[in-house]
Write a protein that binds this ligand. Structure first.
Ligand code: GLU
Length: 305
């Protein structure tokens, strides 16, 4: 055998091994359970829809598509594929459902990743038209932005390493390093109600999870919907513990004074909840983390102020 043949054979073997690893997954690695494209709902576009009273809608109509703020690192909720740049997840489907109802092609949405701490500013300065990304509706935020919804009810919970035995609820956090995202409601709640915990903040929960896996922190805290997704992807390494200890109603953030847009998005949510779109979206995304579809919470059409 010549040297070239030997090198070629070695390369061929390497290539086969690499292909097999891609096709079959590494032995022992968790199953890749991303949303299947063919299971996602097909949202029918409302062709004759008009919303002249909404400056945000008029701008988007002129552009031909919506610019939507989202998360890119939350399993089954809002995830961006680094190779294709595609976003998937429950929040992404909700954003598409809304776009279709408002008469614009859901497949043309331009998604922009916006971290928890930057959502209000992004809506205030017109960087995005609306925001769908595990965004809790509360009175403080309502002073800065408007909220359609809620379209889902989450609750604050704790994620720890699978072999952790001492942390079973927020009462066990004294002296422990607990990670959450800056500008989030779970961060604030730990600060106010569990001041003996040592709080560590990053921009995103995925960085918190990396810190948990490398023993830099002892727990990650945020909404159960987010944590269950991380645990479902690494079931041998992570677990969610205890009962949820807050209510986090997820809303769609809109510019503060665009009440026409807020009302129309509430109509879109109600329509999707009635005709099955909401459940199809849930089953094809967040449902994959193992929790059956709940009944969505009632929509809160609070008066304009
Ligand atoms: N729902 C909570 C919040 O809006 C936590 C999740 C998040 O940071 O997006 O603050």
């Amino acid at each position: 055998m010549t040297r070239t043949t030997r090198v070629c054979r070695a390369l061929a073997l390497l290539l086969i091994t690499a292909l097999a690893a891609v096709a079959c997954g590494k032995p022992g690695s968790p199953p890749v359970k991303g949303p299947a494209q063919d299971k996602l709902p097909m949202f029918e576009v409302n062709k004759d829809f008009e919303l002249p009273d909404s400056p945000t809608w008029r701008r988007a109509k002129e552009r031909g598509y919506f610019v939507v703020g989202a998360k890119e690192d939350q399993p089954y909720l809002g995830e961006k594929d680094p190779a294709s740049g595609q976003y998937t997840g429950f929040d992404i489907e909700i954003a598409k459902m809304v776009s279709a109802y408002l008469g614009l092609d859901p497949n043309r949405i331009q998604f922009k990743t916006i971290a928890s701490a930057n959502r209000e500013t992004a809506l205030q300065n017109g960087q995005i038209d609306y925001y769908v990304g595990t965004y809790t509706i509360n009175d403080n935020r309502k002073k800065l932005v408007g909220f359609a919804g809620p379209y889902y009810m989450a609750g604050q919970s704790l994620l720890v390493r699978a072999d952790e035995e001492n942390i079973k609820g927020p009462q066990d956090l004294a002296g422990k390093r607990v990670c959450s995202a800056s500008g989030s409601t779970p961060y604030q709640r730990i600060q106010e109600k569990f001041p003996e915990a040592i709080l560590v903040a990053y921009d995103t929960y995925s960085v918190c999870v990396d810190n948990l896996l490398t023993y830099q922190v002892d727990a990650v805290t945020t909404d159960d919907a987010i944590l269950i997704g991380f645990a479902a992807k690494l079931p041998d390494e992570l677990k969610v513990v205890g009962e949820p200890f807050s209510e986090e109603p997820y809303g769609i953030g809109v510019p503060r004074h665009d009440n026409a847009l807020r009302n129309a998005i509430n109509d879109a949510l109600e329509h999707g909840e009635k005709n099955g779109y909401w459940k199809q979206a849930y089953d094809a995304t967040l449902g994959l983390s193992g929790v059956p579809a709940p009944t969505p919470p009632p929509i809160d059409r609070y008066p304009a102020s």
